[in-house]
Design a protein around this ligand. Structure first.
Ligand code: BQF
Length: 293
């Protein structure tokens, strides 16, 4: 069994990005600039945005954090998005999810200019992804694909089972793995809460993508010997022995499943850090104006 070390891999990729930024600076080019909009004070969202800003600093990107109170109206948020869309300086931006209940996430996502949509959530980018066109891939699936590629994991002809059908992980992951492309050509089963016999589906998988949001949901008895296990879950469970009062656990029961897996991602330090690095890769791509001119 080999652990897929997302923390190490993300550091390697960040070092590569930092080199590119150095070259841009030497040539007197424009420094890539990522902006993030954070609404309210959800502790998880705060920690995610902080790690994104820290990563920008590390690679030499400019970053802007726009923080607003929970009381912001949808209209005010849409105005901020308009300003970011039309800013000559900002190459890409994200609106950290989840948003407060009185703000429509779909409306917000649709308001982001696809050419600055470095989270890859806009339907234009989603549609381009589905048709195999150049686009900003959603950060988590992009990170998983990077991991699969850089560890040389074969996907062609394999049976991949994706558990969870969200717009930002499960559904795009099922599309990417089945594409006629590098790290594609898999036969994909997309499972969800209405799947009749989930354990039976997972047990047929050469590759499992677990994106359910339930701690330790995938157990050893559900997986085939030698399967590749990608754990997307980031669940906070209470733990009095930690100074934060909680620890992170994945959707996969790591201790038992790792004994059967050929490759497995840990939590923390697996898919999570790759997600943040993907955002930087998309921002670099945007600053190069490769896609939308
Ligand atoms: C790690 C996210 C659910 C909902 C909204 C490193 C991150 C997480 C874990 C991180 C996530 C999850 C992010 C680890 C960004 C990934 O070491 O395991 C980094 O910062 N993430 C987000 O911005 O919004 C989310 C999960």
């Amino acid at each position: 069994m080999e652990i897929l070390n997302g923390k190490k891999l993300s550091q390697d990729i960040k070092a590569e990005i930092a080199e590119e930024v150095k070259l841009i600076k030497q040539k007197g080019g424009k420094i890539p600039h990522l902006a993030a909009v954070l609404i309210g004070n959800n502790p998880a969202s705060e920690s995610y945005v902080r790690s994104k800003v820290r990563s920008c600093d590390f690679v030499g990107f400019e970053s802007t954090l726009i923080r607003k109170d929970d009381s912001i109206t949808e209209e005010e948020l849409l105005e901020i998005i308009h300003e970011l869309n039309t800013s000559d300086d900002v190459d890409g931006f994200i609106v950290q999810l989840p948003l407060p209940k009185h703000i429509d996430e779909v409306k917000v996502t649709l308001a982001i200019d696809p050419k600055k949509d470095v989270d890859g959530f806009h339907p234009v980018n989603f549609g381009r992804m589905a048709q195999g066109l150049d686009c900003y891939l959603p950060a988590t699936p992009f990170g998983i694909i990077q991991m699969i590629e850089r560890y040389g994991i074969e996907t062609s002809g394999k049976h991949a089972v994706v558990v969870g059908r969200s717009n930002i992980v499960g559904t795009p992951m099922s599309i990417l793995l089945s594409r006629k492309a590098k790290s594609g050509n898999a036969t994909v089963t997309l499972t969800h809460s209405r799947t009749k016999d989930l354990a039976a589906e997972v047990s047929r998988a050469d590759i499992v993508i677990a994106a359910i949001g339930i701690p330790n949901f995938i157990s050893a008895d559900m997986v085939k010997e030698g399967a590749v296990i990608i754990d997307v879950g980031i669940n906070r469970v209470e733990d009095e022995s930690r100074k934060k009062g909680y620890r992170l656990v994945g959707d996969v029961d790591f201790d038992s499943v790792s004994e059967k897996a050929s490759y497995i991602t840990p939590v923390p330090g697996g898919v999570g850090p790759m997600t943040v690095t993907s955002l930087l890769m998309n921002t670099l791509k945007s600053s190069r104006k490769e896609i939308y001119g």
